[in-house]
Write a protein that binds this ligand. Structure first.
Ligand code: ADP
Length: 702
């Protein structure tokens, strides 16, 4: 099942650059002089042509003063006293360039296709966060996202959530990571077959580094795994194959949904109201030994099916082998399917999947942009691939960090002669997603919005405050669920219990519709989080464990916890006692860390990764709260830790206040320092008390 590889997606190597890159020898030219407005927007959905498109861009001198990206943050136009346009560096946009260009023209924003010496408001990267060195503005990629959505990492992250909340996370097929879990795979399948003899399973084997169906094959039994390919060098995820998918016109299809992760802290998620449906090109039959190899029947990848003689290029958005998701929904609703319920299930799947990804993403984020270091803020469009089962239950297949944003496809004009032709269905969906992502990230609106928002909606650069600063004024009485409650209320902007009503509006959508962009269609992106935070926040336990982990990482920029950091965590959270000595703590650390490091994950750094920390945390929780179910054990231990850290923070605050006040008092002392007035005497006594507290406080520190 080799992939001809047409559309590069997550995990694939960077496609060749489509536009000249900047080099030091040749200073970057600019598309336009500062202050010159961009050309008028083209009609909705039309491709730009003629003057102003990339090929015909006029080259002018570099920005004034030749400052680098770290320099002035003044935007184009401001220097001339005219209204500033949002500036976008598209020099690294790669295959999303065409769709981006159309979006920018519709928005009348200024594009810098060759980069710019002055900083831009937004940087559009085709592959990853690291495509460019940026120190300000916003970039459309999070550090670590590509790593997080690889098949093995995603499976691990979802599995942790499945351990805690098996019912809530049953939208992801049962998976095994090979080679390390091969014995487990064999044993579990044998057990399931013994307990349920009529069960005739099929499994799908997916190489970790693959995409576009590359290297994927189906098997009926664990013994069919192709070991010849050397699993050690190319590990795979084996998954239960969903053998009863929903069919339309007898064809299997999947859904590509676009999801905007607008901010990590606080978490903000938007879902595009429309997506794509990609159809197989041969009628589906349940897997048998005879048809297992028929890719056009079992795999929905566009990049594979386009090579089938049955592939139909869509000349409108309702037919063909790639259609809009809305056209599929329309078809289903005409057959009586409850579309509202289906959307609600899909939104739930998306929010829960993002919950699985965010804890480790936060570790990457603080490592790449440690607090205090200048850096951009991030957002990212993700491509969710979802399969509908016959009973309409959505199943997550995978998440793409770089979903293809190409809006054209290859067509064979005559044998062997290919041409790129516009694809109406791709253009309709993808341009809207990019344009509306930009509208939501508009730095001008963001500024206005930030001025009106309460403190809890901080900018993501203010990321991960210490646990205690998220607590209301500390009540030293330990209440088991106080912290949980405070967190739940923090992000909930909506008390409604119902899930998405397509078409309902939120405040931001309203704001946007009132501004001069009103000529644009309403936003195609719909906020789902924090809108539905109330229903889902209880699932964010790993996120809270990650906050503890990050607090004890110590050195800026690391991603792994050293033995001292782990000991400090245990001590500060008061987790050791006569039954659990510090020697046992060290053994726990060594055991778990060694095992995770032997799995051949990231070997660059030694120490305990987040997943290993989570495992250690589960062990600690099980020891302490034996009788409870796992998620309650873990929630109780998190509450316990957060409570003790909050006390510690409060003590430190008192200490540091004491020091500040003492310094202030010394400054107000008489020059001879001998005769204190009563007014200075009293605070000094307080400072002595504070100094005592400081000693106490130091004793608590490791
Ligand atoms: P890739 O990144 O190579 O596209 P996917 O995980 O998306 O890998 O799988 C490729 C295709 O295989 C999917 O588009 C889908 O049609 C099919 N597929 C993947 N996983 C399953 C599964 N568990 N059950 C049924 N079909 C699946």
């Amino acid at each position: 099942m080799e992939s001809p590889g047409i559309e590069p997606e997550s995990g694939s190597p960077a496609p060749p650059a489509e536009e000249p890159e900047r080099s030091e020898a040749a200073p970057a030219p600019q598309q336009e002089a500062e202050g010159v407005p961009p050309p008028a927007p083209v009609a909705q959905g039309r491709r730009p042509s003629g003057p102003g498109s990339q090929g015909q861009t006029k080259r002018r001198g570099a920005g004034k003063g030749g400052r680098g990206k770290r320099g002035s943050t003044r935007r184009a136009g401001e220097e001339w006293g005219r209204p500033a346009h949002v500036t976008v560096d598209s020099s690294k946009a790669k295959t999303s360039l065409e769709a981006l260009k159309i979006s920018l023209r519709q928005l009348r924003w200024k594009e810098f296709p060759f980069g710019r010496r002055l900083p831009c408001d937004i940087y559009w990267h085709g592959v990853s966060f690291h495509d460019n060195d940026i120190f300000s503005g916003q970039v459309n990629k999070f550090p670590g996202m590509t790593e997080m959505v690889r098949k093995i990492t995603l499976s691990r992250a979802v599995r942790t959530m499945q351990d805690l909340f098996p019912e809530e996370y049953n939208f992801y097929p049962q998976s095994w990571i090979l080679p390390e879990e091969f014995p487990l795979f064999v044993a579990e399948v044998r057990m399931m077959k013994e307990s349920n003899p009529p069960w005739k399973p099929t499994f799908i084997v997916k190489p970790d580094s693959g995409c576009q169906g590359d290297g994927i094959y189906l098997i009926k039994d664990p013994s069919d795994i192709r070991l010849a390919g050397n699993l050690q060098s190319r590990p795979v995820v084996v998954q239960e194959y969903i053998s009863k998918p929903l069919l339309i016109d007898k064809l299997k299809f999947d859904i590509r949904l676009y999801v905007l992760l607008k901010s990590l802290e606080p978490l903000e998620i938007y879902i595009a109201k429309d997506g794509l449906s990609r159809f197989c090109t041969e009628p589906y039959r349940e897997p048998t030994l005879k048809n297992l190899h028929q890719v056009f029947m079992h795999l929905t990848n566009y990049s594979l099916n386009i090579h089938s003689r049955n592939f139909i290029h869509s000349d409108n958005v309702n037919t063909g082998s790639k259609r809009t998701f809305s056209s599929v929904l329309y078809r289903l609703s005409s057959k009586g399917v409850d579309i509202k319920k289906l959307w609600s299930d899909i939104i739930s799947l998306v929010i829960k999947t993002i919950f699985a990804l965010t804890p480790e993403l936060k570790v990457y984020y603080q490592s790449d942009i440690p607090a205090g270091k200048p850096g951009p803020t991030c957002f990212q469009i993700l491509g969710f691939d979802i399969l509908l089962m016959k009973n309409l239950k959505p199943v997550l297949l995978e998440v793409n960090a770089n979903p293809s944003m190409r809006i054209e496809h290859e067509q064979e004009l005559s044998p062997g002669v290919f041409e790129n032709v516009p694809s109406a269905v791709d253009e309709e969906i993808k341009v809207a997603v990019i344009r509306d992502t930009l509208r939501l990230m508009d730095p001008h609106k963001k500024k206005k919005k930030d001025n009106h928002l309460p403190d809890t909606c901080m900018d993501s650069k203010q990321r991960f405050p210490p646990v205690s600063s998220r607590l209301p004024r500390l009540n030293l009485q330990f209440s088991k669920f106080a912290v949980v409650r405070s967190q739940l209320s923090e992000n909930s902007s909506d008390t409604k219990d119902d899930l998405l009503e397509p078409g309902s509006t939120d405040q931001l959508e309203h704001d946007i519709s009132k501004n001069p962009e009103a000529s644009l269609p309403s936003l195609c992106l719909k906020q789902v989080f924090p809108k539905y935070a109330k229903q889902f926040n209880y699932l964010r336990l790993v996120d809270r464990m990650a906050a503890l982990f990050i607090r004890f990482l110590g050195v800026k920029g690391t991603m792994k916890l050293g033995p001292t950091g782990f000991r400090t965590f245990i001590r500060n959270c008061k987790l050791s006692n006569s039954n659990f000595s510090m020697a046992s703590v060290d053994i726990l650390y060594i055991d778990i860390t060694r095992r995770w490091n032997s799995m051949g994950l990231d070997q660059r750094e030694s120490g305990m990764c987040l997943q290993a920390f989570v495992e250690a945390f589960f062990c600690l929780a099980q020891r302490r709260y034996k009788s409870l179910p796992l998620h309650e054990q873990v929630a109780s231990l998190i509450d316990f830790c957060e409570y003790h850290l909050a006390i510690l923070d409060e003590k430190r605050l008192v200490c540091s206040r004491g020091i500040t006040e003492r310094r202030a008092a010394l400054v107000t002392c008489q020059p001879d320092g001998l005769h204190l007035t009563p007014a200075t005497h009293a605070p000094l006594l307080n400072h002595m008390a504070a100094a005592n507290k400081l000693t106490d406080c130091r004793n608590h520190r490791s």
